[in-house]
Design a protein around this ligand. Structure first.
Ligand code: SDX
Length: 434
């Protein structure tokens, strides 16, 4: 039974001497909102909320996020339980279909992912046209958009083929990511194997080579599953909202996700995992004085911000960061790999969390603060870290795109604005302009 989120309660807004009533919405976890869709018609006013920090763009069944309590769940399952007990493919199925798969459903889904793992040979030739130092996120965004050209039937009849389209995207993005790495190294691509799991296949495509066969480490595969699960969705973050915004114009899934990849690229968003590693490496190379960087981050005159710290919604420790930080110790111990940047990250966190500047602003480490340490231990290059974030976030983007397309109340997204430019003025021909 779908949740009836209108409670009958009304909010009142008094303006220009009139009182207008607006309905109240309450979600299954008690989140409250005022439905202002009739505000302009009733009062002539619009609401203003630059950055949308106080604005809900949709009603969603997918992910619940409580930033004050540090709670994150996908379709009602806490992420700690999913990260501990599931594979990434299971969680992708959960996000896409709304329930955890039976073994039969999981096997069928895994078979589809396997069947769609290859990339059209003509697409592989695209890689030869990119300059060697092309940003991997630029390649990923354009390659995903190019899927519309190679699979037009999918792009043109979205809902008829939605399961195939989702599986095709999930599987091919993994292959494209690995191929882009091999091409950037000037090495031959390694094709996906039917006998490997989703994450093992990715690692094998990344690191197997004719001269040095890649030895699959099941602890590393387990850690990668955990990382991708923790990145799989995060309600209306910038990139997911972008996928919804673009998709709301009835744009197909591939092009909508391509736009989401571009949004994720930003250093304030998914690009932060690369920025964290660059920051830690810079501190390490400059003598390790992390306290100096904490002071810089506090200086309003200094544009430097502590990468991997702070969050629009979490005003407590990011629950994903807690799990990733623990996984860092486990993976590095398994690999008998020590990383001075991990010790530096922990020192930085300890100093910042005791500093009034960070305490007063509720600034904590977020999902990006430790994830790069594990990716680096796996051998993944820093410039691929945000690609890894995109790989993890794909199921969330797909689920939100589908939810929007399935929504009978769906409308094209088109925010309003308040104009503060010049008042009306007469045109002046160019020869009379002073
Ligand atoms: C992700 O939205 C999501 O869900 C995103 C994400 C997901 O899974 O999709 O969780 C993934 O993008 C995580 C965030 C990754 N980005 C970073 O780590 C970049 C560093 N963080 C900041 O740029 C910032 O914290 C943001 C962008 C994450 C949030 O920005 P907000 O919500 O707009 O907060 P703000 O800039 O208004 O900051 C409030 C105050 C300001 O100080 P005052 O003006 O009040 O004096 O906190 C300060 C900021 O200067 N501040 C920081 C800081 N982050 C905020 N000061 C120093 N270092 C920081 N990192």
């Amino acid at each position: 039974m779908p949740h009836n989120y209108y409670t009958g309660e009304m909010a009142e807004i008094k303006i220009d001497g009139k009182v207008h009533e607006l309905p109240v919405i309450v979600g299954t976890e008690g989140e409250k909102a005022i439905d202002i869709r009739s505000l302009r018609a009733k009062s002539g006013y619009i609401a203003f909320d630059g950055g949308y920090a106080n604005t809900g763009s949709c009603i969603s069944n997918i992910t619940y996020l409580d930033g004050e309590s540090g709670i994150l769940s996908y379709r009602g399952y806490d992420i700690a339980e999913l990260a501990e007990n599931c594979s990434f493919v299971e969680v992708a199925y959960l996000l896409d279909h709304g329930s955890l798969p039976t073994r039969t459903e999981l096997n069928a889904f895994s078979q589809m992912l396997n069947d769609f793992a290859m990339v059209h040979e003509d697409m592989i030739r695209f890689f030869d046209s990119y300059p060697a130092k092309s940003p991997p996120m630029a390649i990923l965004s354009s390659m995903v958009n190019s899927l519309c050209s190679f699979y037009p039937e999918m792009a043109n009849n979205p809902l008829e083929n939605i399961d195939k389209m989702s599986a095709r995207l999930l599987s091919k993005v993994r292959t494209i990511a690995a191929f882009s790495y091999k091409k950037s190294m000037g090495h031959p691509v390694v094709y996906p194997r039917h006998d490997l799991s989703y994450c093992a296949n990715f690692l094998n495509m990344m690191f197997d080579s004719p001269v040095r066969p890649y030895e699959i480490n099941h602890k590393v595969v387990e850690a990668l599953n955990k990382l991708l699960i923790l990145h799989a969705d995060h309600e209306q973050n910038c990139s997911t909202s972008t996928v919804r915004m673009v998709g709301s114009a009835r744009v197909n899934l591939y092009a909508s996700v391509s736009a989401g990849i571009s949004a994720l690229w930003g250093p304030l968003h998914g690009g932060a995992n690369q920025a964290v590693m660059d920051m830690l490496a810079s501190i390490h190379e400059n003598g390790g004085d992390y306290r100096k960087y904490v002071e810089r981050a506090k200086d309003p005159k200094d544009p430097f911000r502590l990468a991997g710290f702070g969050h629009r919604v979490y005003k407590t420790y990011d629950p994903r960061c807690r799990i990733i930080k623990q996984a860092c110790d486990e993976v590095l111990a398994d690999l008998k790999y020590s990383d001075p940047l991990l010790d530096l990250a922990k020192d930085l966190e300890e100093v910042a969390l005791k500093d009034d500047y960070f305490i007063e602003r509720n600034l904590y480490p977020n999902v990006d603060f430790y994830s790069g340490i594990i990716y680096r231990a796996m051998g993944i290059p820093t410039n691929m870290f945000t690609v890894m974030f995109a790989l993890g976030r794909l199921p969330g983007w797909i689920a939100h795109w589908k939810e929007m397309w399935d929504d009978p109340a769906w409308r094209i997204s088109r925010p309003r604005q308040i104009y503060v430019g010049p008042l009306s003025r007469p045109f002046v021909p160019i020869d009379q302009r002073g």
